[in-house]
Write a protein that binds this ligand. Structure first.
Ligand code: FES
Length: 153
């Protein structure tokens, strides 16, 4: 048995170490985000680097980056390798603008939830001031004020 085969991980071991379901690993593999080899018994075996790769995927997903963007970012790495520290910095730079926009939108959402959002309910004390007689309905559907501020980001 060579060194690489000796340290190869089963799908169950990777799932346990990463804290995700086996089906999630299969899904990531089907999407081309991770790769496995087959052993002689035709079972999936993963290089230990997959732990870092899955961790990066999970971290990026937590930040709201979708799988297609994660895959595209991975594809820009040399030889489609598992991201190292420098690569991760590069990836996070690419996602920085996207993250900044999300932070801005979340901040506005947080700050506007206690005031009138222009939804037509007229139930808050501030509604007569910001949306008298639901005049904002003429400008669109949904929470018009909230939508406006998220469109500006
Ligand atoms: S919060 Fe709904 S119209 Fe003001």
């Amino acid at each position: 048995m060579n060194q690489q085969a000796k340290h190869a991980l089963s799908v169950g071991a990777v799932a346990k170490r990463c804290g995700i379901k086996v089906s999630t690993l299969h899904f990531y593999e089907a999407k081309g985000l991770i790769q496995s080899q087959r052993n002689q018994g035709n079972q999936r075996r993963y290089h230990p680097e997959v732990l870092r790769r899955v961790s990066v995927i999970k971290a990026a997903q937590k930040m709201g980056i979708n799988l297609a963007d994660i895959k595209a970012a991975f594809a820009r790495l040399p030889n489609n390798r598992t991201p190292n520290k420098n690569d991760w910095e590069l990836l996070s730079q690419q996602w920085r603008e996207n993250l900044n926009q999300r932070i801005e939108t979340m901040t506005q959402l947080r700050d506007s939830l206690t005031g009138c959002i222009g939804c037509g309910c007229l139930s808050m004390n501030s509604c007569p001031l910001y949306n008298p007689d639901d005049q904002l309905a003429a400008h669109g559907t949904g929470p018009v004020i909230l939508n406006r501020s998220s469109e500006q980001t």
